[in-house]
Design a protein. Structure first.
Length: 161
């Protein structure tokens, strides 16, 4: 099968229910979901985005301890692209008083390798965040059954030790 159509209806229902349970359990506060490393963030976004048939650009807004304040699906596209407005990401981060963000989007084709456009968006977002003292912790690209973390790959701030 091509793209994200490999999920059955029952699998999609399970994914939706799992996300609902996760997000209800992780309401901001002392039990907030901690997204403090690429593996945890990758798993979270894999569950959130892998089944989507159109491109979705989501952002996790985090507090100073990397606890999830809120995650929003911010921009929606077609099967192979979406228009990203960095200004809206920054505005939302400021409104939520977020100290850090993690950006993520899916590739409905199933291939999570970052495109040139993905890298440009990441660089532009990184520059905007730096100006306002917001940390861009990662940009995660989600495919069918694997993800690429730009932080883990050393593509966000250089090689990871």
């Amino acid at each position: 099968m091509t793209g994200m159509n490999y999920f059955s209806e029952s699998q999609l229902k399970v994914l939706e229910e799992a996300m609902t349970i996760l997000e209800e359990a992780a309401q901001y506060g002392s039990n907030a979901l901690l997204l403090n490393n690429p593996a945890t963030a990758s798993s979270y976004f894999m569950m959130r985005l892998a089944h989507r048939e159109q491109e979705v650009f989501a952002v996790a807004f985090l507090d100073a301890k990397n606890r999830l304040i809120e995650c929003r699906d911010m921009f929606f596209g077609t099967v192979d692209s979406s228009r990203i407005y960095i200004r809206e990401v920054i505005r939302t981060a400021l409104l939520l008083n977020a100290r850090s963000i993690i950006a993520a989007h899916n590739h409905p084709s199933g291939d999570p390798e970052p495109s040139e456009q993905d890298m440009k968006i990441t660089e532009d977002l990184k520059k905007a965040c730096l100006l306002l003292d917001i940390r861009l912790l990662d940009h995660i690209v989600v495919g069918c059954n694997r993800v690429v973390s730009l932080t883990k790959e050393g593509l966000l701030y250089g090689a990871v030790a």
